[in-house]
Design a protein around this ligand. Sequence first.
Ligand code: GGG
Length: 347
Amino acid sequence: MTTYSIALIPGDGIGRDVTAAAWTVLETAARNFGFAVAGTELPWSCRLFKQTGCMMPEDGIETLRGFDAILLGAVGWPAEVPDSVSLHGLLLPIRKAFVQYANIRPHRLLPGVTGPLRAENFDILCIRENTEGEYSGAGGRVHQGTLDEVAVETSIFTRAGVERILRFGFEQARARRGKLASVTKSNAQKYSMVFWDEITRKLAAEYSDVEVTSYHVDALAARMIMAPESLDVVVASNLFGDILTDIGAAIQGGLGYAASANINPDRSAPSMFEPVHGSAPDIAHLGIANPIATIWSGAMMLDHLGEKAAASRVMKAIEATTARGVGTTAGKDTTETITAAIVAAFP
Ligand code: GGG
């Protein structure tokens, strides 16, 4: 029997509740489909930072390298650790070290979930560049605390980085409905974003079966609200993808449904699966966090590991649950109730 070794990083706040829920569902899926999952919990979090001054141990990346995949909950406890420290101390280094350059985020309405829009039949796959761009971490501050203070933060776009994420987007579009929206702001950002547009045009010649349209990010943001059904695959830089996928989460009914996968497409290192949402300190440990985004991320993990039938069964169990109205209204059902209903939806 195949056993997959999974690193579990619950992180902070509701991250702990939702990863426990997803793990219950993953174990159920494994039992039903004849494989096993072996989880190793790693307490890497803002709590650890408070104790040790680090979000993860010095050899954290090497520790993770030995796993088949990583399931992460949420990172952040802003009352005690600045978000810039927690994000740059855990999530971003993992994405970069393991070349998880494609962050995939699906946005569609689950049955029984009412979104804020009249449109119901949208199915958007956002692909966010995940290792460079605006989140490269290149910059600095000088003359700190004086009137002469300067802060510089440089976005880094490499040909290799832009080409590989666009190619990934073209491939996804080819496997879906054949439409790709490439997002920039090349009227205002005349170096990096013009570069992105040029590479989009170059690749478009190779993918003549894919209909590619370049949008400015502001226009694409509006389109996600006004005509979401016109979109198929959307590919964007790190920052633009981060922002657009919060719109995606909103139109699919909320962050409780927004799943994501940080993929290393070459499989040279583990990929990481996490809900889009953060640690939500206001509802931490109240037992009311919606675990569906994390369970859906778990389904994406099974799919990546090659357990396609199990992945699709988890999605069917989620859909059967929301179709019954469980997990469809914020705060109505507990994390435990929603998880139990998803488990009960297995045969
Ligand atoms: N669920 C992962 C998490 O805690 N996300 C919070 C966050 O701010 N992420 C920033 C990012 O995805 O770049």
